[in-house]
Write a protein that binds this ligand. Structure first.
Ligand SMILES: Nc1ncnc2c1ncn2[C@@H]1O[C@H](COP(=O)(O)OP(=O)(O)OP(=O)(O)O)[C@@H](O)[C@H]1O
Length: 315
């Protein structure tokens, strides 16, 4: 758990972060969102003590970080930044091995861990382990950055606009990867972005910041349904809130289940129970279908979702 209590950071006369209180529970993904210069990165960098705070208290699992050895603190916090920060003259494998090496893990354990992480990030270890960062695409390099942050299995993951420089498709893929990985590894994560759609997709809770203050800290659903101010309402977009809410809900919630799962033809068309209702609607509109089949993770058809049901209960 991470707790910020009445935390302030000044740069000369500028108050970059202004008396914020924020609690991030273990296993949560807290996304800090807000316009440029509102204090997101400063907040993140105070948590791993890259920046000291000017006032207030920051606690990690109940312990005040001011009294901790900064190196030790950072070894327990993976840090991912935009543009990756990979060492250009080191291979991918050596970059990922950085923290385990600092921790003096035995070589075999490091090799095993590097391969395990490359596989987790869907990069073939034999193909990518010996490449250099400049031989990778932006998306691949960013995956390596995430692998490096996870290398020594830290409890906490700090991510500062990690996908900000990527094209829309790569970005979306990495967001999906991150959701998948988070299901497996459940790290307490603080993620900075200025993209509200990214925040809605990834967060268990969103902290909206403006001018150094946190103006709302809530679940994505509540941020959409009950924005605390005009600022938050404008940030989430007044008009397409209904669609954004549909994006948060899985098909499972509105499907009509079959009495028992049915075996399906290999490659049969349809949606997965975890797909969003927004995706279901999009598929139906695009293919002009009144309903679509829904499949479970074993590939069995478990029900259908209809256009009518979505319109009745979608948002
Ligand atoms: N090292 C520094 N020296 C002086 N002022 C700084 C420094 N770092 C940040 N600031 C100021 O503090 C404020 C908050 O900056 P911060 O980088 O935390 O914002 P941000 O929300 O992360 O913005 P962005 O999305 O543009 O990265 C800004 O006014 C910025 O100019």
């Amino acid at each position: 758990m991470i707790e910020l209590k009445n935390v302030t950071r000044r740069f000369g006369d500028i108050v970059a972060v202004d008396r914020i209180d924020l609690t991030i529970e273990t296993g949560e993904v807290c996304v800090l969102v807000g316009s440029s210069g509102c204090g997101k990165s400063t907040t993140l960098r105070m948590i791993n003590r890259l920046l000291p705070h000017s006032a207030g208290e920051i606690l990690v699992d109940g312990e005040d970080i001011t009294g901790m050895d900064p190196q030790k603190l950072r070894l327990n916090m993976g840090y991912v930044i935009q543009g990756t920060g990979l060492f250009p003259h080191w291979t991918v494998a050596r970059n990922i091995a950085l923290v385990p090496q600092l921790l003096k893990w035995p070589k075999e354990r490091i090799d095993e861990r590097v391969n395990e992480l490359l596989a987790l990030l869907e990069l073939d270890p034999a193909t990518y382990g010996n490449k250099y960062p400049q031989q990778l695409s932006g998306g691949q390099a960013q995956r390596v950055g995430v692998a490096r942050a996870l290398a020594a299995d830290p409890n906490i993951l700090l991510m500062d606009e990690p996908f900000g420089a990527l094209d829309a498709i790569t970005r979306e893929n990495l967001q999906l990867e991150m959701l998948r990985i988070q299901k497996q590894v459940r790290k307490t994560t603080v993620f900075v972005t200025h993209d509200i759609d990214e925040a809605l997709k990834l967060a268990t809770r969103i902290a909206v910041m403006d001018q150094g203050r946190i103006i709302q800290h809530d679940t994505p659903e509540n941020i959409l349904r009950r924005p605390a101010s005009d600022f938050v309402e404008n940030l989430v977009g007044k008009q397409d809130r209904g669609l954004k809410l549909m994006g948060l809900r899985p098909v499972r919630e509105l499907m009509t289940p079959h009495a028992r799962p049915r075996l399906s033809e290999p490659g049969a068309d349809g949606l997965k129970e975890d797909d969003s209702i927004r995706l279901a609607l999009s598929v139906m509109l695009w293919q002009d279908l009144p309903q679509v089949s829904v499949f479970n993770s074993d590939g069995e058809e478990t029900g259908i979702i209809t256009r009518e049901r979505i319109i009745e209960g979608g948002a």
